[in-house]
Design a protein around this ligand. Structure first.
Ligand SMILES: [Zn+2]
Length: 136
């Protein structure tokens, strides 16, 4: 059998659709639901080079991202500083020992190896995201 990336992604998508219908025809709804996630990932290009699903979530990661993005009820869980703050807010040493633990374009979670302080850095937001300051 050929390796998944020997197929074009369009062909793979077509096979996934045929398989999904095959599952449904046999009443295998759990398998069909699972394959639907893969189908979505293929269409959105959330797959790796070999066609493997690259969407990984677990409860701890949901909570951690809520804290890092400062979403309620975790809005104040971590101290938030502007992106590129020159020193650790805990020990005030320079950033030689600072490690990035989570990152997206706008926000990242940092940990200082010297004092274990954890904080988030945010890019200034150029548009309204409906935060408290927007409530009038
Ligand atoms: Zn520190």
């Amino acid at each position: 059998m050929a390796h998944p990336h020997d197929y074009s992604s369009i062909q793979l998508l077509r096979y996934v659709e045929v398989l999904g219908k095959g599952f449904l025809a046999l009443g295998l709804n759990t398998e069909a639901d699972s394959l639907r996630v893969y189908h979505w990932a293929l269409r959105q290009q959330h797959v790796g080079y070999a066609g493997e699903l690259r969407v990984h979530w677990h409860p701890d990661l949901v909570l951690e991202w809520m804290k890092v993005l400062r979403l309620p009820p975790f809005a104040n869980f971590y101290r938030a500083l502007p992106m590129g703050t020159p020193e650790c807010p805990g020990c005030h040493r320079n950033r030689m020992n600072v490690k990035v633990e989570l990152s997206c374009g706008l926000v990242r979670k940092l940990r200082c190896r010297a004092c274990t302080e954890v904080w988030v850095e945010e890019q200034p937001r150029s548009y309204s995201q409906g935060g408290p300051s927007d409530v009038h």
